[in-house]
Design a protein around this ligand. Sequence first.
Ligand SMILES: Cc1ncc(COP(=O)(O)O)c(C=O)c1O
Length: 416
Amino acid sequence: MSEGVSQADRPVEIHAAGGDLFSKFDPLIQMREGLLASGQLDPFSLVMEKVLSPTRAICNGRETILLGTYNYMGMTFDPDVIAAGKQALDEFGAGTTGSRVLNGTYQGHRECEDALKEFYGMDHAMVFSTGYQANLGIISTIAGKGDYIVLDIDSHASIWDGCKLGDAEIVPFKHNDIEAMEKRLKRIPAGAGKLVILEGVYSMLGDIAPLKEMIAVAKANGAMVLVDEAHSMGFIGPNGRGVAEDQGVLDDVDFVIGTFSKSVGTVGGFCVSNHPKFEIMRLVCRPYVFTASLPPSVVATAATSIRKLMHSGNKRAHLWKNSRVLHAGLKARGFSLGTQTPQSAIIAVIMPDLERGAAMWEALLREGLYVNLARPPATPANMTLLRCSLCAEHTGEQVETVLGMFERAGKAVGII
Ligand SMILES: Cc1ncc(COP(=O)(O)O)c(C=O)c1O
């Protein structure tokens, strides 16, 4: 699973019995084998045999509605995006075979960074090979020995891993709890460097952060602020810049992290910033320096997509409508949801346990619907979730069809 929260999203460390380093995975192997022994389809090895559009694919030989792809703005099949990728492939070849600081910066990488600067209205943009690496790189490089990182306990695995890669002291606080965050900030020794890390949308439950209040507290306590807007870029905010824009505090954010693997519709990651010394990061940030840069076709598709997202107000409005209809429809059918109101394009449906969650996942797939199954330890509070992520290309009719599928599957499995 590419998604995940918390430092707990790692195998439990048990001493290797008889020297077999794999024995630490035994509990997970047993759980998986137990689940599959009952004839359950494996929810983590689905193959998309053919992708027909941002919202439809052939899975197990049948046409399936895609409701778990994070392809929020449906840019994967945009004709301009595809044309830009094909042209770059023809003109620049399949890959760069090099680091951004040596032979791996092509014109397309610069154009992609220019598109990001324009999209966010910021002075600096740095493109990484994935969003995961953007978090690893920025967090581990800016917060060093003697500095403190104060972060939400439900942060994405890439944020935790970025903390682990660096030398700063790590201070987690309860999810979205402003007071808990403030308490921890106040305990940090005077004079130490402080970085507060938040996300715009938390992807497990689809809830947003009270960034306005949290950033005010962070700034009042002398901290710099990094916000990961992976699940909000392109969709949330008047210009799709994310939750910080929507809450009017983008100017107070020191570093915005994002990904191309969701609304942008390809692969890659980035950080944008107004910090006057930001460009030095290109020389000191190891996950930027010591890896190959993105292929020319990828940066060309990303740049084209980002520029189109600047003018996608209608799509954003349609996606909000989809989110509201799905949330209200699931609630009306008796499902328990991750948020009281729709806060993003992610609607998380809470399952009673892993067995019934997996059975529901399979029942939906047999209906012709793909959603994501998420289980502990990737989820908060040990929940099993069916996570739905909507796309601006889902039609109103598809959303109604999805609701009918949920109703039939929910009754068959005994969840509603
Ligand atoms: C909040 C958050 N940050 C970062 C990432 C990493 O993005 P990428 O897929 O580009 O590695 C993800 C991806 O799931 C995410 O959800």
